[in-house]
Design a protein around this ligand. Structure first.
Ligand code: MRU
Length: 337
């Protein structure tokens, strides 16, 4: 990849600011965990795996911030900090998963060194980042085998290197297919209201010389009807035990359209996105975003002042619309017959 989305260096967290792409490539440095929470909320770092990694490092930053403190006091403070970080965004399971994983690890520490205790946070953040990178490669390899030698694939939102610690989930499939010599073209939904498809997916794929065509969300149905799309691959923010998928708002509509047109609908996600507790999609908390993202998303008003706005950030695609799940451990069948 020609860019790095997230990295930790010298006890700092460095994030590529995705709010200003594709205009500007800017990196912001964080030493304060509350700054990272804000960055997660304002989508400076976004995408389920990436916010999990950022959350793990936010814990590490918080552990460094407390200076005159005993180990016992710090471990109590960290329990509250963990909850504060988990509250940043509710839908992607990877965020809570990463925080719980780090906290479980540190809670096993039975030494008496504050420095050693703090190092566990950083080491676990590094481990999550490295594992994510490997999982992305594996998803890419498995998913690429599903595609024919030539295909045009529609994707929604950004499930690429910008959303993970590696080469992405859905977009990893395109990168690996290209390495395998396949001729894959991508149609990228614009992804209103925040344009992750237009701003991020198109930018990312163009950096990597993947053939990408932008369309607005309401053009996907016609593109399918015209026979322009051979498959759909999206990422996921949470997959419940029955296979229901939370992903960026608009994914459900694309899945319905794919079924209507007999086009396979694949969901690419690492094991960390599979929720081990929730039974089905109705139990997922869907984040609601601020009305301004819909009414002033282009830097000027696009709706009358004071209009009521409905703005869920995600929707739920029932498992019966999913052809298969592309995971790091292999392909799992979906519920679509
Ligand atoms: O609101 P965002 O930009 O964080 O939403 C991201 C998505 O919905 C992605 O498709 C999902 O997190 C998968 S990322 C590999």
């Amino acid at each position: 990849m020609k860019f790095t989305t997230i990295k930790a260096e010298d006890k700092k967290l460095i994030l590529l600011d995705q709010t200003v792409l594709p205009e500007t490539l800017t990196y912001n440095e964080y030493t304060d965990y509350r700054g990272v929470i804000k960055a997660i909320k304002r989508l400076e770092v976004r995408g389920a795996p990436a916010i999990g990694i950022a959350a793990a490092y936010a814990l590490a930053l918080a552990s460094e911030a407390q200076v005159d403190i005993t180990l016992e006091q710090l471990s109590k403070v960290m329990v509250d900090v963990a909850q504060e970080i988990k509250n940043a965004r509710p839908t992607a399971v990877n965020l809570a998963w990463a925080v719980d994983r780090v906290m479980e690890k540190v809670q096993k520490y039975d030494g008496d060194s504050l420095d050693e205790y703090r190092r566990i946070f950083w080491a676990e953040g590094d481990a999550i980042l490295k594992e994510d990178e490997k999982m992305c490669d594996a998803m890419g390899r498995h998913g690429a085998q599903l595609l024919p030698d030539e295909a045009t694939v529609l994707t929604h939102c950004n499930a690429g290197a910008l959303a993970t610690g590696g080469i992405g989930t859905a977009l990893a499939v395109f990168y690996k297919a290209k390495e395998m010599g396949k001729n894959i073209k991508v149609f990228a939904d614009e992804t209103r209201p925040l344009l992750q498809g237009a701003r991020l997916t198109c930018w990312e794929l163009m950096q990597e010389d993947i053939d990408v065509t932008l369309l607005t969300d309401n053009m996907a149905g016609y593109a399918m009807a015209q026979g322009k799309i051979d498959a759909v691959i999206t990422g996921a923010d949470r997959i419940t035990k029955n296979g229901d998928v939370a992903n960026k708002i608009g994914t459900y509509a694309v899945a319905v359209l794919a079924k209507e047109h007999g086009i396979p609908f694949y969901v690419a996600a690492p094991e960390s996105t599979f929720d081990k507790f929730l039974e089905s999609g109705e139990q997922i908390i869907v984040e609601q975003r601020s009305p301004g993202e819909v009414t002033e998303g282009f830097g000027k008003p696009t709706a009358p002042a004071g209009v009521k706005v409905y703005s869920p950030a995600f929707d739920i695609t029932p498992h019966k619309l999913v052809t298969a799940y592309i995971t790091d451990t292999g392909i799992r069948p979906g519920g679509r017959k």
